[in-house]
Design a binder for this molecule. Structure first.
Ligand SMILES: [Fe+2]
Ligand SMILES: [Fe+2]
Length: 309
């Protein structure tokens, strides 16, 4: 299910263990999935706009109740009532009242990500490493570059603690654990159906980070492929809707992609990559790319530096 997420956010004061959600796959045919989603205790999940225009989700409240915070007020639904999500344009919080059971039907596979939502992120990074060594090394590189930029920006940097940026940078691609390995490693250009998996990975990263780290960190991961001019994905957000912290991770992410060997790309030197990023001010924030250029030209970021393999 591209673009619409089931992010659980525990209400403050509730022990997390008491409201762990669980998803049970009842039926599956191709991309169509029917699940029973159970949440114990009060929690909030989020619906997000889909990046796939054909995406549709159906929610039938079997037990308990939900409250959707819509533009024009709250909509409460109880047992026997349902709602459908398709073509959503903005995030919508959904509050679960007490023990809630929802029959959830979607035409974009979501079960695997729901089933693994509570797996530790470190385990997920390890799993990604086994599946795709590039992503694991890349995560550490993006962490290093993001922090170098953050430190160099000093007072002009984002209003976010350094550790929070570090978490977001290190885990920005954890959503890739749901991308089939043959797609992750495919050297040729991806088919449209295959690219749908790539399109959803920032959304899955955000979904996985939000319950543990909160919305600010999840937003950074969710938006690391967005570009200032709206040309990015999954949502084509524009400048005013993309935080400075997301843009730092976006620059660090592109910089590493341009300067590392992935089997099919032309590897650029640090200087070439920094120059190219500086030359794209409509897509990448110039405050950030200029800082990156300074870090590279001053030798503070060196090729073959501290990134482990
Ligand atoms: Fe990514
Ligand atoms: Fe990345």
């Amino acid at each position: 299910m591209d673009g619409i997420q089931f992010n659980r956010k525990a209400v403050a004061g509730e022990p997390a263990a008491e409201n762990e959600p669980s998803a049970h796959l009842l039926a599956k045919q191709g991309d169509l999935e029917v699940m029973l989603y159970r949440i114990t205790g009060e929690s909030v999940v989020w619906l997000y706009p889909a990046s796939d225009p054909d995406a549709i989700e159906y929610f039938f409240i079997h037990k308990g109740g939900v409250e959707l915070a819509m533009d024009d007020g709250l909509q409460s639904l109880g047992p026997g009532e349902s709602f459908t999500v398709s073509g959503l344009k903005q995030d919508v919080p959904v509050k679960m009242h007490g023990d809630t059971e929802i029959l959830y039907v979607t035409n974009c596979p979501a079960y695997e990500s729901l089933a693994h939502i509570d797996e530790s992120l470190q385990e997920l990074l390890t799993r990604i490493n086994e599946k795709d060594h590039y992503t694991s090394r890349h995560s550490k590189a993006v962490l290093q570059y993001s922090l170098a930029i953050y430190d160099a920006m000093e007072d002009h940097g984002p209003d976010i603690p350094r550790e929070d940026l570090a978490f977001a940078a290190l885990f920005h691609d954890v959503g890739k654990c749901f991308v089939p390995v043959e797609i992750l490693k495919k050297p040729e250009r991806l088919e449209q159906a295959e690219f749908r998996y790539i399109l959803r990975h920032p959304v899955d990263s955000g979904r996985m980070l939000q319950p543990k780290f909160g919305e600010q960190i999840a937003e950074i991961a969710r938006n690391h492929h967005e570009r200032l001019d709206g040309s990015g994905y999954p949502r084509g957000l524009r400048e005013e809707d993309i935080s400075l912290a997301s843009q730092i991770v976006a620059v660090a992410d592109s910089f590493d992609a341009m300067t590392s060997e992935r089997g099919y790309n032309v590897v650029k030197t640090f200087l070439e990559a920094a120059q190219e990023l500086v030359s794209l001010p409509l897509q990448y924030d110039s405050r950030i790319t200029n800082v990156l250029m300074h870090l590279v030209s001053s030798g503070a970021l060196e090729e073959g530096g501290a990134i482990g393999t």
